[in-house]
Design a binder for this molecule. Sequence first.
Ligand code: GLU
Length: 320
Amino acid sequence: MRQLFKASMLASAMAVSYGALAEGQIVTIGTGGQTGVYYVVGQSVCKLVNRNTAETGVKCNAPSTGGSVDNLNALAAGERQMGIVQSDSQYRAYKGEGEFDGKKNENLRSIFSVHPEPFTVVARTDAGINDFADLKGKRVNIGNPGSGTRTTMEVLLEAEGWGEAPFAVASELKPAEMASALCDNNLDAISYTVGHPSGAIKEAAASCESHLVNVTGEAVDKLVDENSYFAKVTIPGGMYDGTPDDTETFGVYATLVTSSDVDEDTVYEITKTVFDNFDRFKSLHPAFENLKQEDMITNALTAPLHAGAERYYREQGWIE
Ligand code: GLU
């Protein structure tokens, strides 16, 4: 929770300083719910970028949003200049598939990937849910509209072939509302495609008897075999109260994307700022601890690199 506190402090500090800054490029990075990790990514990038505004002319803000799909739609509409999005959503937006059928965005550009995001299911211990299959007929939060979580759930349900109404209740609560709904016994389980440790999952694990659920089986095997953006992942045991053992599931990566309409110098400055201050960036959330520059510029990126990011990576000799 300390991290969340830090992030919200930053948000208010930035809001105060904006009016005083000189004219320049203002970049808005779409994130996710305030209890997620995207919000911390956005706030962390902007914190570093805004320290150099006098030099670079680039100002940055990172409001809370609905998540991946919302961020990709806002980018396509020119309402925001950058967004943090799941690697599967990035893929489908660039190719015009799935939830982006008929909305192919050829101007989508990638900057780098960030932390892994396992599809995470937490169930009340009294609900008798040990595996994803046990969710059938239960009260489940499937993710708010516009979130990447919601599409991960929908893709999995389709692969499972469970039909139109697989749950007794399919709620659409935002991440910040999920833990209390679970612990008030209004839900049996919640889902979240998110980096770990996650504040929202910690809250659920600490507030009532609950545990992480394995998401495995034939449908998951098929999804991972057929889609390069999905991989099997393990959430280490002991990270959350009530879950001493490892949890097996599948997941994606968080990625930072932009549009070819955003100018090269602006994207260059933002990319440079993050990598020139990489140790500091990594210290801003435990989910960033294992990040490696070489993975971030190659892993999980479907859309071509933005010219500004590419310029920085070339200068560093990281790409040919
Ligand atoms: N993966 C989630 C989504 O796309 C957001 C996770 C987060 O906010 O950290 O909606």
